[in-house]
Each structure stands twice: as structure tokens, then as C-alpha cells.
Design a protein around this ligand. Structure first.
Ligand code: SF4
Ligand code: SF4
Length: 378
């Protein structure tokens, strides 16, 4: 019987987003201790780079039934009656997962580049070219973690150093992949598109041109995960530059071109989490898509850094009837640690970005609006 820690992503998956390293899946944190194989390792060694000491130890731990902290979110999902990414991987991949060695690349999650047309508040310029100016202003105002970044992506080169013949699933991200000039070159590099399911994470702001749609039709299946962060004002405030109604209309159109079980993925920060219940209810009622959610955990917009009074308000507003009640409750139980400094930086962030974009947070979140009243920005 397969134990409850074994995950086939560790034997068959590789995720490379903007930081020029490879992880088994997107849930692994950034590489603060320089443990993951780098892009350069992969360019030189190909897939054998996935047998470095960190990933080998990970597989050994999984085989031994040892729980890994990086996998907490999957364990929380499983304890909250949500099918976890780990469980989906067990069904999807044919890797045997019997010893410490990487087996074969069945799953690749990759960012084409960071070209994007939005300036989402919980994002930064590593992911979106549009956020360079905002990050420069934030850094100048003392939020130094927002230094504008220029990232060199080597996605197309990487594709030439990997054996792509066993690929079953690609998860494609950007920036916004549907506007990337690299998209068609990337798709042309897949040797057996008829065997590959492709999952595209898109902000649903655009419909790609017909030559891209034609190319996508050569794949076994095409699935979209539409990044829409709640309904109406909650989405539009957080995802600066987007329009909820237009995104929904584009999503429905893309779903007509490619019939499949598409999904909406909503990310909730301290800003829009107050709309989580209303958003989930609306999305579940009105769309023919599955709905998933996530809560920002890796930057100052995370509600896990909020003071207890705000945590209580958040949890009170998500009733038992909400599909994600247990998930949110368990995540807060696991991750919430009030951080005074980060919370203050977040409030400052809200004030600066409201000034920058001529927006008004009181229109979507009266609690944060009140909290920023006493925050001074020059
Ligand atoms: S258990 Fe979850 S977090 Fe861990 S490698 Fe698998 S999918 Fe990723
Ligand atoms: S659409 Fe994605 S990459 Fe672009 S700004 Fe938003 S979160 Fe960042």
C-alpha cells in the first residue's frame, strides 16, 4: 500500500518558474538555502540534475513515510476533505516511485517569461514586467523587498536539455503565457503533443490568435486555470488592470473552444479575503468550472501575518456552509503568526498603492481602510 507521504511529483515532476531553479512542484518554497538544481545544472546535466542531494533525500523521506514541511499544504488539504495535489499525482503519473532516483519527466511546470499585462497587488516584478515601476516606487518608500527585478528566463533552452518524450502533463505559466511571443516556439518543441495534457494558467484577459488555438488543438487536451481573484470589485482591486466581467466572458469563450473541466483559481490576500465567501458562492453558482482557492503565504499581503483581531474577522465571515471553510480554518491554524513589522509594511503598501493607482481600499475592505488611517507615507 502506498504510504501517505509518497508523492510521484518527486519522481516524475519538475517545476521551474522565475527563479531559475527546479523544484518537484510549485508548493515548494523559494530556494533560500540553495538546495534545488539550478537552470544551469539542468542545462549541463539534463534530467540527472534531479538526482541532487536535496531531491534524493526528499524521495528517501517520502519512501520512509516521513512528513516533509514543504508538503504541508497537501497534508492540510487531505485533512480538509480536499483531493490534494499529491493524490492527483498518484493517479496521474506512471512512475513507480520505488527508489531514491528520479525516474522520468512526466510533468513539467514552467514559466515562459514574465511578460504580463497586469499589476496584481500580491505579485511582483519577478513575475510581471508591468510591476517594475510599482516595485521601484515601493522600494523608494522603504519596502525594500520590492526591488524591481529583471529575470532572465531560459525556458526555451531548458526544453532542449530535457527528454520530453514521456511528458503527460505540462503546466504553463507566465507572466501571462497567452500573450508571450515564446508561446508558439515552446509548443512546437513538444515531441508528442497528442500524449500531453496542457494546463494553462491564464489571467483570462485575452484570447490568443488563431494560429495558437490551432496548435493547441494538437494536444491531447487543453485545460485552462483562470486566475480570477474573487468577484467584481474584489478581483478588479487586487488584479490591477483586469476587469472581472471581461475575464469571465473570455473564460467562457475559451471553454467553448476547448471543452474540458476548466477551473477558476482565486488567490486571497489580506486585501480581498474579506470577499472570499461571497466570491466562492458566486463563482460556484454561476460558472461551469471547478473552483479552487489559495491564500497568499509568501509576502506582506498574506493574512497569515495579520493581527488576531483581523484573523477573527476573516474566519467569522467564512461560514461552515462555504466549501473552503475547513481548508481556510486549518490553514490559519497551521500558518497564522502575527508579525507586527510585516503587518505595518502591508498597511503602508496599501496606502502607497492606493495613491499610485488612484484607488480606494475602503470600497472593498473597510477594516483595512480603517487600519491604514494612521499610517504615514511621505
Ligand atoms: S506532496 Fe504536495 S507539496 Fe509535496 S511534492 Fe507532492 S504535490 Fe508537492
Ligand atoms: S497576472 Fe499573474 S504574473 Fe501577471 S501580475 Fe497578475 S499574478 Fe503577476
Amino acid at each position: 500500500m502506498i504510504n501517505k507521504t509518497l508523492c510521484k511529483f518527486a519522481w516524475a515532476g519538475a517545476t521551474s518558474t522565475m527563479i531559475n531553479t527546479f523544484r518537484p512542484c510549485c508548493r515548494f518554497p523559494l530556494d533560500e538555502n540553495n538546495q534545488y538544481p539550478t537552470t544551469d545544472d539542468v542545462l549541463v546535466q539534463g534530467e540527472s540534475a534531479f538526482n541532487n542531494s536535496f531531491l534524493t533525500k526528499l524521495r528517501q523521506d517520502m519512501l520512509a513515510g516521513i512528513k516533509r514541511v514543504e508538503c504541508t499544504k497537501c497534508y492540510v488539504e487531505e485533512n480538509s476533505n480536499i483531493v490534494s495535489m499529491r493524490q492527483k499525482g498518484l493517479q496521474h503519473f506512471s512512475a513507480k516511485a520505488i527508489d531514491k532516483n528520479f525516474e522520468r519527466l512526466e510533468f513539467l511546470e514552467i514559466s515562459l517569461d514574465n511578460l504580463c499585462n497586469l499589476e496584481c497587488r500580491m505579485c511582483n516584478s519577478q513575475f510581471s514586467t508591468k510591476l517594475k515601476n510599482r516595485d521601484m516606487i515601493l522600494a523608494r518608500n522603504g519596502l525594500t523587498q520590492y526591488q524591481p527585478k529583471s529575470v532572465q528566463y531560459k525556458t526555451l533552452e531548458i526544453m532542449d536539455s530535457l527528454d520530453l518524450n514521456d511528458l503527460k502533463l505540462i503546466k504553463l505559466l507566465g507572466g501571462e503565457p497567452l500573450i508571450s511571443p515564446n508561446l508558439i516556439t515552446f509548443l512546437n518543441k513538444i515531441p508528442h503533443p497528442e500524449n500531453v495534457e496542457i494546463l494553462i494558467i491564464t489571467n483570462a484577459t485575452t484570447i490568443p490568435p488563431s494560429f495558437i488555438l490551432q496548435k493547441l488543438r494538437m494536444f491531447k487536451s487543453v485545460k485552462f486555470d483562470f486566475s480570477i481573484d474573487g468577484i467584481f470589485q474584489f478581483n478588479d482591486y487586487q488584479r490591477v488592470g483586469s476587469n472581472f466581467e471581461k475575464s469571465i466572458s473570455n473564460a467562457l469563450q475559451l471553454a467553448q473552444y476547448f471543452p474540458n473541466t476548466h477551473s477558476v483559481h482565486s488567490v486571497f490576500s489580506s486585501i480581498n479575503i474579506i470577499g472570499l465567501d461571497a466570491s466562492v458562492n458566486w463563482l460556484e453558482k454561476h460558472l461551469p468550472f471547478s473552483i479552487s482557492i489559495d491564500i497568499v503565504s509568501n509576502n506582506i499581503t498574506s493574512p497569515f501575518y495579520a493581527p488576531d483581531w483581523y484573523k477573527e474577522i476573516i474566519l467569522e465571515q467564512i461560514p461552515l456552509s462555504n466549501s473552503f471553510h475547513l481548508f481556510v480554518k486549518n490553514l490559519f491554524a497551521d500558518k497564522h503568526r502575527y508579525d507586527e513589522e510585516k503587518w505595518y509594511q502591508f498597511l503602508k503598501f496599501c496606502k502607497i498603492t492606493d495613491n499610485m493607482y488612484a484607488t480606494d481600499i475602503s470600497k472593498i475592505n473597510p477594516y483595512i481602510a480603517k487600519a491604514i488611517q494612521d499610517v504615514n507615507v511621505s
